[in-house]
Design a protein around this ligand. Sequence first.
Ligand code: TXA
Ligand code: MG
Length: 356
Amino acid sequence: MKTKIVTIGKADSQERIEEKLADAGDIIRQGGLVAFPTETVYGLGGDALNPESSRKIYAAKGRPSDNPLIIHIADMAYLNRIVREIPDQARKLADAFWPGPLTMIFRKAEIVPHQTTGGLDTVAVRMPSHPLARLFIQKAGGYVAAPSANLSGKPSPTLAKYVVQDMDGRIDMIIDAEGVEIGLESTIVDVTSDVPVILRPGYITQQMLSRVVGEIDMDVTIYDDSSTQAPKAPGMKYRHYAPKGELVVVVGQPQKVVRYINEQAAMHETEGKRTGIIGTQEMLAEYHAFSIKNAGSRNDANTVARQLYTFLREFDDENVSYIYAESFAETFADKGFGQAVMNRLLKAAGYKVVHV
Ligand code: TXA
Ligand code: MG
């Protein structure tokens, strides 16, 4: 299949943008697949109400078909048709955080095919805030099923070039545009129970959610990797985002962390192996290794969130065999967005942590 790559930038008039997105929308209506930017990561879109489109999405990603897709909408008026009911809590959360990086799990209506929900009777719904995503969803008929636009097992793409790397030849169109700013996937909240439950942490933090709905739980498997329960979001059970090199998170007093990582890097160098480091701005000058990535200030989770997946892909391209990352758990004192960063980092590391 020939993949059409369509760039949308500042030089495009509103009319031209509408034209390009109308083409993209037509592809979705005809059962094809289009990758598009959202404020979190790039999505791989298909018609959410067409079982054949969902089948194609799983095939393009090489994704297990028991891992349900998120339906993206652009307007609150479209929610009714795909869910059995809208609980009060969900209405409040939608008022507060939609459009934005929040996905909610509802009981699904008949019209939503089981192919889209991985066989579940619930459905995940998100209203993204990225203006091009919203316009595209409207042109596509209102219901776009979209997982992240990476091959299964790769980091979610935050740049169009990574979508091209993974999806060229596998889908009909890729929309290349700016505005993928958050860099980690949306927060997922199950609103089918009396007390809402966070199934995946993200930019919308537990604190932000509880300010709106009061009590809120967190799926135990997010913070306890020794839990024997299955995660409530089926996708969370897969080892996502795994770089080729062996990734270890190093926890401890900053100077000790630097010393440990430098020792390891020197040792690997004598073995003829490359080492990569993800370090905070404050410590960066003290590291010595083949590839050193700047995770930004230790007080700011946004920088490392935006770049984490890019770093992991760059390490692969640089043929790095060993990767060491500082831990961001203690440095992000508020435990807000830092929790989502650590969740993804620990998953990428297969939960390998060294305390120094
Ligand atoms: O930010 C995002 O959410 C991005 C952009 C493209 O919107 N999408 C995304 O989709 O991350 P994906 O497919 O990579 O992750 C969806 C997650 C999976 O872990 C999946 O198991 C979970 O949502 N999920 C979907 N439907 C669910 C349901 N009915 N019940 C529980 N978990 C569900
Ligand atoms: Mg994904």
